[in-house]
Design a protein around this ligand. Structure first.
Ligand SMILES: Cc1cc2nc3c(=O)[nH]c(=O)nc-3n(C[C@H](O)[C@H](O)[C@H](O)COP(=O)(O)OP(=O)(O)OC[C@H]3O[C@@H](n4cnc5c(N)ncnc54)[C@H](O)[C@@H]3O)c2cc1C
Length: 400
């Protein structure tokens, strides 16, 4: 391979990291979606994404490409949704996050959380009403669970839903809601003041009493906006109450499906860091030799690769279990916990191996290094996943 004329220009591009030949097992569908998303990332996302991240601006031109690539709608069957197999779904999220965490998280919120809530908890009529326009991104979704005083313990949410005539009235506040200021359909989880159960509602915006403001000053996933939301007497018709969401367990079931996606997201970020570090070590010379010629550097790169390969095998086997219908929320939690913590370690190594350039956006490591912090926290922090697995292996709950 000839060296680029300008140093380090190819740092963002994908290298080969398939040391256990996982890709040989891909079906045609999996290859098509993996390769299509990879090409999109390398040719359309990486060339311009740093500027969007720096300006904290939404890259709508990239969001709108997602339906054209046929990757909106996770594993949902029908309604124009992607209907991907678990492995294809994971590969798509991995590749999007290898490109950019904000872009990948936009799809994660819209499809993984909002569309999946409707698919898993909605009636047939509700699915038909909302999913087709979400599959084409004519309408964007958000998922509002977290509150200012309830993050890890979202089971204790305080937002209320009160029955009033043929509808419901919502009161409360939500925090950290991705797409909250731009979504057309916001899935709001609220407690029925009558029964005490947690129910799910689809709030169609704009709606009287619904206000959302962007949370400023973020240092992670800057090209995606999260919102503080106030629900001040928002009226929702009963036909917008998700028909099969009857308790917090139904909300948790949706979150259990996206937990495995988070493990794939972390793999994408870690792959980006490893690829950039390896390429940089071969190009950058110090003491008259490439960094890659020093034993300590090789040792660090190989340890990064070993960790990355472990993450890949977690993900692929998780997809196999999902295909067979035997993936448990605990195993998905173990994978999320393992992969987000390992990705943080790999990205920290990558940042260091690029020296000062490691903190510059243009070298494609700093953005991932910052973005992995969000994946580590959202949809159940690393600690909370640890406690879930700990409860499973010991039979003792340390948090309830
Ligand atoms: C970028 C981003 C996007 C998000 N998008 C959404 C979204 O679209 N929709 C949505 O509803 N939410 C969203 N969230 C919210 C996210 O799910 C929460 O931030 C997460 O669940 C953690 O809650 P918290 O931030 O309130 O932290 P806390 O729950 O206050 O936790 C703070 C620290 O305490 C630790 N901790 C908590 N409980 C225990 C315990 N029992 N034992 C030991 N340690 C504990 C945690 O692990 C963490 O380290 C998003 C968050 C971020 C950062």
């Amino acid at each position: 391979m000839t060296a680029p004329t300008t140093p380090y220009t190819a740092l963002g591009e994908a290298l080969g990291t398939d040391f256990f030949s996982v890709r040989e097992q891909f079906t045609e569908e999996q290859w098509r979606l993996f390769a299509g998303t990879r090409k999109f990332v390398d040719t359309e996302v990486l060339p311009g994404i740093n500027d969007y991240w720096e300006r904290a601006e939404l890259p709508w031109h990239l969001f709108r490409r997602l339906p054209e690539l046929g990757i909106v709608g996770e594993d949902i069957a029908g309604h124009g949704a992607a209907g991907m197999s678990p492995l294809a779904l994971g590969l798509v999220h991995m590749e999007l996050h290898r490109g950019d965490g904000s872009l990948g998280t936009f799809l994660g919120v819209h499809a993984g959380l909002a569309m999946k809530s409707i698919d898993m908890c909605g009636s047939d009529e509700q699915k038909q009403r909302w999913l087709p326009s979400m599959s084409t991104l004519e309408r964007t979704g958000a998922f509002a669970l977290t509150e200012p005083h309830h993050g890890s313990d979202s089971v204790a949410l305080e937002t209320t839903a009160t029955r009033d005539g043929d509808g419901w009235v919502l009161h409360g506040t939500k925090r950290w809601i991705g797409n909250g200021t731009v979504a057309d359909l916001v899935i709001v989880w609220a407690r029925d003041t009558g029964s005490g159960d947690v129910l799910g509602f689809v709030v169609e915006t704009p709606a009287d009493g619904y206000t959302a403001t962007v949370i400023p000053g973020k240092v992670s996933l800057r090209a995606l906006w999260q919102a503080d939301i106030t629900l001040d007497g928002v009226r929702v018709p009963d036909e917008n109450r998700l028909a099969h969401a009857r308790s917090f367990a139904d909300c948790a079931a949706v979150l259990a499906t996206t937990r495995s996606t988070c493990a794939w997201m972390a793999l994408g970020h870690a792959t980006a860091g490893y690829d950039a570090a390896l390429r940089y070590a071969k190009e950058r010379e110090q003491f008259g030799r490439p960094l890659a010629s020093f034993q300590i550097v090789q040792d660090r790169l190989v340890k990064m690769l070993a960790d990355l390969t472990g993450m890949q095998l977690y993900c692929v086997q998780m997809a196999r279990l999902a295909e067979g219908g035997t993936l448990s929320p605990t195993v998905a939690g173990l994978a999320k916990m393992h992969n987000t913590s390992t990705a943080r370690s790999i990205l920290s190594q990558a940042r260091d191996l690029l020296g000062g350039n490691g903190i510059l956006l243009e070298h494609h490591v700093a953005r991932h290094w910052a973005d992995i912090e969000s994946i580590h926290t959202f949809e159940g922090t690393e600690t909370v996943q640890t406690l879930i697995v700990g409860r499973d292996i010991t039979g003792i709950s340390a948090f309830t």
